[in-house]
Design a protein around this ligand. Sequence first.
Ligand SMILES: [Fe+2]
Ligand SMILES: [Fe+2]
Length: 231
Amino acid sequence: MKKKESAANVLYETAFAEYGSALEMLAACKQAIKVREVLGFFEHARDEYIHTKKFLSILKKQGKNLSNIIARKYKFVHIGALKKGYVSEKGYLIETKKMKDFVAYIYTNELIAEDEFSKILKYFEDDKESTDTIHSIMKDELRHHGMARKYFLKYYPFIQPYQLMIYKYREYLHNKGRKFYFKNFQILEKLFTPIYFSISFLVSLPLRLLNQREFSRINKNLMDISSKSLL
Ligand SMILES: [Fe+2]
Ligand SMILES: [Fe+2]
């Protein structure tokens, strides 16, 4: 993959990850009872929506350097967050995880995100505007990480640092696993697309023998046709 397309791909995936986080935080906000938590999750969701928008605006700029055929592949469609696994089909994390695990998830993922964004920066060494935007997003992620840490220390003071390390490495592995799954999916798609086309072509051959004039509705009284008719 060429560098420009590779940059578009990274921005595209990151925008989905940010959008997935925004939905997760909004779901948590809806379930929270304490005012401070409602406000905290709401502000976090708002930040993640802003991050999504910012990454998409960099992607839009990047799209101008790509051919139309390639740029089309990076059109952001919201449902992609579910299809790509950034949001689980089983439900939002606040619904499927215990509160302690949920906060540990935020704690570790904000760090992972900050780390991932530093890798994105290498694509935009000559673009000061995009670099500044990504730096400001990285600052936000560290702030989110700090907020989750504070929450942890307040409500789970007996948790050991090694337990947070375990959470962190589990999420690193999960993240790598998701990327690996998606890469495999892309390879399988490339392998199977010609097979799908061949099968569709073979299925279409006997259809050519059908007299399609039978299917014409012109000058036919549709009320005279049997209700079982395909017409
Ligand atoms: Fe974010
Ligand atoms: Fe965040």
